[in-house]
Design a protein around this ligand. Structure first.
Ligand code: UDP
Ligand code: MG
Length: 342
């Protein structure tokens, strides 16, 4: 939640989700190079939606503490036929926080998330909106049709992540689904009501229920710059997602513990039997040392898992704001101003 004293920001926040229409939220971290082009495409899409469906749109650019001149570029974007809101966070808080900032400042009821690097095709927005307006779906999420351009270890990691995540989970998170998604007004409201600070939007928007619809698409190559994810940050996000969404790792820990205890029990029994019946002497140290090390390692891993959850409890308990807003700008489109005057 934003705790800022900027009157404009407070006003915009109080108008959150109150208007009928669609807010398109674009998280931007060092996207200066491709932003103007994306803006042209998004503006065109928004104008089409207005003309074809009578749907009012706004574009919400969230500058997530970029190091380049993303903020200046975003502030200079023209509001041609569509409102443009620019929110600048006080530092880099990460994509999930940027999405939340957009969600909480979106003035229109329905909300759409789209990446700022041009990898999510704006042409698809019309189709997503159709599933909402015509078919009455609440969460229309997109999934990459293929992952061929990703490395094998990456794909293996993704597979492992979703297997763990969905293991015996009641609310399965669709594999391969991305953040490119449209939320109906009631789904957006539901997401705003989730109080947790450690957010994982893909998981949350599946958890809220309502009517969900999957749409497959071909991802484009990144237009400019490079992905801000590396293996370390992806592993971080996976641990974040797993521990904020599932207790599967804890269950796994108990399961491992149980299995080890059973093995130890049988092993102990067999040693006792051999000693009593055959009078065999104690074998050497190697097996003993290996056993102690395996169990010691297991215990450290399990303690680590429990530690992850305790860390989560700590950060939820501190209840700090997820982000701070440094500045906020709203440019109203010419056509909207005329409408208001009439
Ligand atoms: N992003 C952000 N904050 C960050 C990292 C990324 O707002 O700390 C934005 C980024 O500008 C882009 C989107 O999140 O619009 C997806 O980022 P990226 O392309 O790096 O991820 P990928 O497409 O590889 O999942
Ligand atoms: Mg990308």
């Amino acid at each position: 939640m934003a705790r800022d004293n900027d009157p404009a920001a407070v006003k915009a926040a109080s108008a959150t989700g109150s208007k009928a229409g669609l807010s398109i939220v674009v998280p931007c971290f060092n996207e200066a190079a491709g932003l103007a082009r994306l803006h042209d495409r998004l503006s065109a899409t928004a104008r089409d939606l207005r003309a074809a469906r009578g749907l009012r749109c706004e574009l919400v650019y969230v500058d997530d503490g970029s190091g380049d001149n993303t903020l200046a570029v975003a502030n200079a974007l023209p509001a041609s036929g569509v409102d443009v809101q620019v929110i600048s966070l006080s530092r880099n808080f990460g994509k999930e926080a940027a999405l939340l900032a957009g969600l909480e400042h979106a003035r229109y009821g329905a909300v759409l998330f789209i990446d700022g690097d041009g990898q999510h095709p704006p042409d698809l927005i019309g189709r997503l909106a159709g599933h909402w307006l015509d078919d009455g779906y609440d969460v229309i999420y997109t999934a990459k049709a293929h992952r061929e351009n990703e490395s094998l270890p990456h794909r293996f990691g993704v597979k492992t992540f979703y297997t763990l995540m969905n293991w015996r989970a009641r609310h399965k998170i669709p594999e391969d689904a991305g953040d490119f998604r449209l939320l109906s007004p009631r789904a957006a409201t539901a997401l705003r009501q989730m109080p947790e600070r450690n957010r994982f939007f893909k998981g949350l928007s599946s958890w809220i229920g309502f009517r969900q619809k999957r749409v497959d698409y071909e991802p484009a190559a990144r237009a400019h710059g490079k992905s801000s994810w590396n293996y370390a940050s992806l592993i971080g996000l996976s641990i974040e997602g797993l521990t904020s969404f599932s207790v599967a790792p804890l269950r796994l820990a108990s399961l491992f513990g149980l299995i080890l205890a059973l093995i130890a029990l049988f092993f102990g029994a067999s040693i006792l039997y051999e000693t009593v019946v055959y009078g065999k002497s104690v074998p050497g140290y190697p097996s003993l040392v290996v056993g102690v090390m395996v169990i010691g390692g297991m215990q450290l891993i399990m303690i680590g898992i429990v530690g992850e959850y305790i860390g989560k409890i700590l950060s939820e308990q501190k209840a700090r704001p997820v982000y701070f807003i440094a500045e906020q700008n709203l440019k109203t489109a010419e056509s909207e101003r005329k409408d208001a005057a009439e």
